[in-house]
Write a protein that binds this ligand. Sequence first.
Ligand SMILES: [Zn+2]
Length: 147
Amino acid sequence: MQEDISDVECLLFPVDPLARAFPHEWKVSLFRRRAKRDADGVFRYECPICKHKFDHLSLEYLHGDHIWPYSLCGETTRENFRVICGSCNSAKSNYIDSVIRSALGSGDFRRMVFDFLKTLENAGNPLMDHRLEDFIGARPEGSPKGQ
Ligand SMILES: [Zn+2]
């Protein structure tokens, strides 16, 4: 079981759910909790996307990231927080930006969001709750009923 940031960090370093960025302290804290000692004795954090490992000297290269994208109304909360490397961070935002640009105005945006949420729900992700159901509204035609 991986250690997440704790109630203590949330109290000490509170953040507005609508803020654009996570507190720097959350990143440092998650790094400390999850970094594992390698054979050479150095503690390293593994990026959850690319699986590359980073020691504390690379801390500035690691970024607090919204699991559910901020650009898609993802909130800045501990449930939506993870730490990924700079490379994955830019790859992700480039991908999302281009997808959103092409989807906006095409009428496919709601479908795209729905499919994304469904994927999260099927993966057992707790982000799929009534607020997101409200956000996507009625299920697209032909979609299986929820639960
Ligand atoms: Zn990465």
